[in-house]
Design a protein around this ligand. Structure first.
Ligand code: NAD
Ligand code: MLT
Length: 527
């Protein structure tokens, strides 16, 4: 039975799902060293934001197939290292959207009305009404940085409260923003004009310290800033200084550059104009159940050999697509493997041509499958759908993809071509009505053979007696021929022979075959 480690607190609903297919160990107090020492025995790992899944942990994760992040941000996981190792990383992109959006709205309102500080003073016996004169959000301009899932939800609620909306998000269209009632603007305009700024973006090299002293200097003195997205987006020292000096009206933070927030952080000294919560954006009962179920189901599916619905490192390979394309993926992988063996090592370019009906399907999964097949010669089981593209890129393999919907020979064909240490070779294949794979061309010569475990391909001159000679040579080495086909374009011209064999070729036989008069090249293929 596979083993799954749950190393951060997650809802029991998720553990129950995992327990259907795996032995589940919940161990939430592991130090980074303890985790690195323990990880080798696990097939799955489930975390929230507390566990740092570093490159070292991944390096030692010899059996790990999947890392599940019960939440959105995967910045506590070395996704690149996981991808390279072929480990699927999944998250729950929507499980806590509402919780995080509602927290941002709650922060905006409590900051505007000084609710945390007012609460504290009442509880300590005071009754200070004058000290807590706040501001209304009605008719104020909200500048949303990031208009994805959470940003959009905040926008809709803010609009309902009568706020005017502007947004900065270079990756969404003007139409989409306008549909939400948002004016799409450049960041400097948003900083200059907004009364409230809320951040809903990931932490990336381009968003680190997006709000620093320089940006703050361009903002209105009445601006209030809310960050419930990621720590590191705001320069905390600059923010604390601007708040202390009354340079801006307020800020509310749920996330920090270092979590937990350092004891000596200058933020701790700021008064009622700063509201702080300890990363509570996703902390609702509903969100915790949602993310636990979402991620546990994906871990279960991957351990059962099924695709995951929200893999962050298998871009574009959605389960529905994978399911629909499954027979074509098998075709692409088989042809990729065959091409690699014909072309030999050091392939620099793989040409992938989708022909006929196949020209109309989503090509990316098919290209990934072809690369997986191509690299399986060198990497064996280390290559999978997660890391095939990255492994190819690292080896400098360039993929050239073409489509030809007009090709008519078969309803849909896949053609692969590669130049390797054994020269340039190409294969074409198709699927028959029953889903069976047929190799329909080798090096542009027409054939019609199913791929089988042991195969022999030759390039030879079409001339009398050559088939007989090859047959007797194989017979003399006790190799049984299951089927044989010759592909030629003209009589007595160049030709290929494809032999399906019941047995692998014994050592030395390939060399003997190339000595047969008329045979130019011979390739043995194991599928
Ligand atoms: P999302 O992917 O749906 O949206 C992010 C948006 O940011 C996208 O529209 C993207 O185009 C935009 N974006 C990316 N780079 C940008 C840039 N440089 N400038 C402007 N926009 C940019 O993500 P989401 O689910 O809305 O989550 C937003 C953030 O909230 C993430 O960082 C997530 O980790 C965080 N989050 C925090 C909590 C919490 O507990 N505080 C909970 C959930 C999510
Ligand atoms: C997230 O990215 O989902 C949040 O940071 C919430 C969390 O996991 O605590």
């Amino acid at each position: 039975m596979p083993k799954v480690l749950v190393s951060d607190p997650v809802d029991q609903a998720g553990i129950d799902i995992l327990s259907q297919v795996a032995q589940v160990d919940v161990n939430t107090g592991l130090s980074p060293e303890d985790l690195a020492n323990a990880i080798a025995e696990y097939d799955g790992l489930m975390v929230r934001s507390g566990t740092q899944v570093t490159g070292e942990v991944i390096e030692r994760a010899s059996a790990l197939k999947i890392i599940g992040r019960a939440g959105v941000g995967v910045d506590n996981i070395d996704v690149t290292a996981a991808t390279r190792k072929g480990i699927v990383v999944v998250n729950s992109p929507q499980g806590n959207t509402i919780a995080a959006a509602e927290h941002a709205l709650a922060m905006m309102l409590s900051l505007s009305r000084y609710i945390p500080e007012a609460d504290r003073t009442v509880k300590s016996g005071q009754w200070n009404r004058k000290q807590f004169v706040g501001a209304e959000v009605y008719k104020k301009t909200l500048g949303l940085v990031g208009l994805g899932k959470i940003g959009s939800h905040v926008a809709a609620a803010a609009k309902a409260m009568g706020m005017k909306l502007m947004a900065y998000d270079p990756y969404i269209s003007v139409d989409r923003a306008e549909h939400m009632g948002c004016r799409l603007v450049e960041l400097d305009i948003l900083f200059r004009e907004a009364d409230y700024i809320t951040l809903h973006i990931p932490k990336t090299p381009e968003t680190v310290n997006l709000i620093d002293a320089e940006a703050i200097a361009t903002m209105k003195p009445t601006v209030r800033i809310v960050n419930c997205a990621r720590g590191g987006l705001i320069d905390e020292a600059a923010l604390a200084k601007a708040l202390e000096e009354g340079r801006i009206a307020g800020a509310a933070l749920d996330v920090y550059g270092n979590e937990p927030l350092e004891a000596d952080s200058p933020l701790r000294a700021v008064g009622k104009q700063l509201v702080l919560t300890p990363h509570l954006g996703a902390s609702t009962a509903e969100a915790q159940i949602n993310v636990a179920i979402d991620v546990a189901e994906q871990i279960r599916d991957v351990l059962l050999g099924l695709p995951a619905r929200s893999a962050v490192n298998i871009s574009g390979l959605y389960p529905d697509t994978m399911e629909k394309l499954r027979p074509y993926l098998q075709l692409a992988e088989t042809l990729g493997n065959l091409t690699a063996q014909l072309a030999g090592g050091r392939v620099q370019t793989l040409k992938v041509s989708l022909q006929g009906d196949l020209a109309n399907v989503e090509s990316q999964p098919i290209v990934v499958a072809a690369l997986k097949g191509l690299l399986s010669q060198a990497l064996r089981e280390r290559v999978n759908y997660v890391n095939a593209s990255i492994e190819a890129k690292e080896r400098g393999i360039r993929v050239i993809e073409t489509r030809d919907a007009a090709a008519r020979d078969y309803s849909g064909s896949l053609h692969l071509e590669a130049q390797g240490s054994l020269g340039e070779h190409s294969v074409t294949g198709t699927l028959l009505g029953d889903g069976e794979i047929r190799i329909t061309e080798v090096d542009e010569f027409p054939v019609n053979v199913p791929p089988i475990k042991h195969m022999l391909f030759t390039r030879h001159r079409d001339m009398p007696g050559i088939i007989g000679k090859l047959g007797s040579l194989l017979g003399s080495f006790n190799v049984n021929i299951a089927s044989m086909q010759v592909g030629r374009k003209i009589v007595r011209g160049d030709a290929v022979m494809v032999l399906s064999l019941d047995d692998p070729l014994p050592e030395g036989l390939l060399e003997e075959i190339t000595k047969v008069a008329g045979i130019r090249d011979a390739y043995t293929v194991e599928l």
